[in-house]
Design a protein. Structure first.
Length: 329
């Protein structure tokens, strides 16, 4: 891969994704999403189920499922396109080697019929076919040890023998064997307790501090978790990023109506106080972006204006953050 010299580690530029349906139609899942990630940053992406978070995370790997009918925009790692490089005959950053994924649940990332050691060896051999077994074994043992995992207790276990927390940490260690530039984690604390969640937070911060990875993207419903680890936050609704900025800005002082409602449902801790509020915001199916002419949040927005249902919103900068709302300020 070409040497990374771009000021941004990772860029998403006006990315839109649409899937084809079994009946021949299309459904838009990501709409004109843009953001940048610099070295040393941890980006948290949150929003309710169906907002397009996992589809965006998968696309960020440069993996486009066969059910995708339309992809517009671009994704770049260090200025090198993940979308257009292959068509131009250029070397493209490889998923797993330059960008890694920690999937939701260890059952999605580890072969249940193989021991952890065997899976880790397969990962290295798939990217470095000529690597010697001893060299690979030493690398695996050193990486697991450096991340606080006892190789003697973990490497000879089957996935079913690992607790949820241990499995999550094993998956993180496995995803960093090639020292990828970027690691993406999907719901890293969905099946762990509070104590393990704290360990996961420390582990991701250590990956950045020790230079094992340069940047991290975390997809999670848990705003409390993200408030303790993310340096910047993106809030998604119906395939769009409606608010993007520094974590303290977005979670402690939200501006977009949807972000305000979303954060009301969580306990968020900062340096000075604890926010604990309730909300009467009733869940319902997210609108299909293709069926919405104006703002997709208009039907649920407490601050809706007369033209919101018919006027498409554009992203604008307000006070150092990005907002997809004409009236939020």
């Amino acid at each position: 891969m070409e040497q990374i010299q771009n000021s941004l580690l990772f860029e998403v530029e006006n990315l839109s994704l649409a899937y084809k349906t079994p009946h021949g139609g299309t459904v838009s899942v990501v709409n004109e999403v843009s953001f940048g990630l610099r070295s040393g940053e941890i980006l948290g992406i949150s929003g309710e189920s169906g907002a397009g978070k996992s589809s965006l995370a998968t696309a960020c790997l440069g993996l486009m499922p066969g059910t995708l009918l339309r992809v517009t925009g671009d994704l770049k790692l260090g200025g090198i396109s993940l979308v257009h490089s292959r068509s131009k005959g250029r070397s493209s950053p490889r998923p797993g080697r330059h960008i890694s994924l920690v999937p939701q649940g260890i059952s999605s990332g580890l072969n249940p019929t193989c021991k952890v050691r065997s899976v880790a060896l397969d990962v290295l051999r798939s990217h470095f076919p000529g690597i010697k077994k001893k060299q690979a074994s030493d690398l695996i043992r050193d990486r697991f040890s450096n991340l606080g995992l006892d190789p003697k207790c973990v490497l000879d276990c089957y996935p079913c023998e690992l607790s949820g927390g241990m499995g999550q940490r094993v998956a993180i260690a496995m995803s960093t064997l090639m020292n990828p530039k970027l690691t993406i984690a999907d719901e890293p604390t969905s099946a762990v307790d509070v104590v393990t969640a704290k360990l996961v937070i420390q582990l991701y911060k250590r990956l950045i501090k020790d230079g094992i990875v340069e940047g991290v993207i975390l997809v999670s419903h848990d705003l409390t978790f993200l408030s303790q680890i993310a340096t910047k936050m993106a809030i998604m609704y119906a395939g769009e990023i409606v608010e993007l900025g520094a974590t303290e800005q977005v979670l402690i002082d939200p501006v977009h109506p949807y972000t305000r409602i979303l954060t009301d449902a969580y306990v968020l801790e900062n340096k000075n106080d604890t926010i604990c509020q309730a909300t009467s915001f009733a869940p319902q199916d997210l609108p299909k972006r293709d069926q919405t002419k104006g703002c997709p949040f208009a039907a649920r927005c407490p601050d809706v204006q007369a033209d919101c249902p018919t006027t498409q919103q554009i992203t604008r900068e307000v006070g150092g953050r990005l907002l997809r709302c004409a009236y939020a300020k």
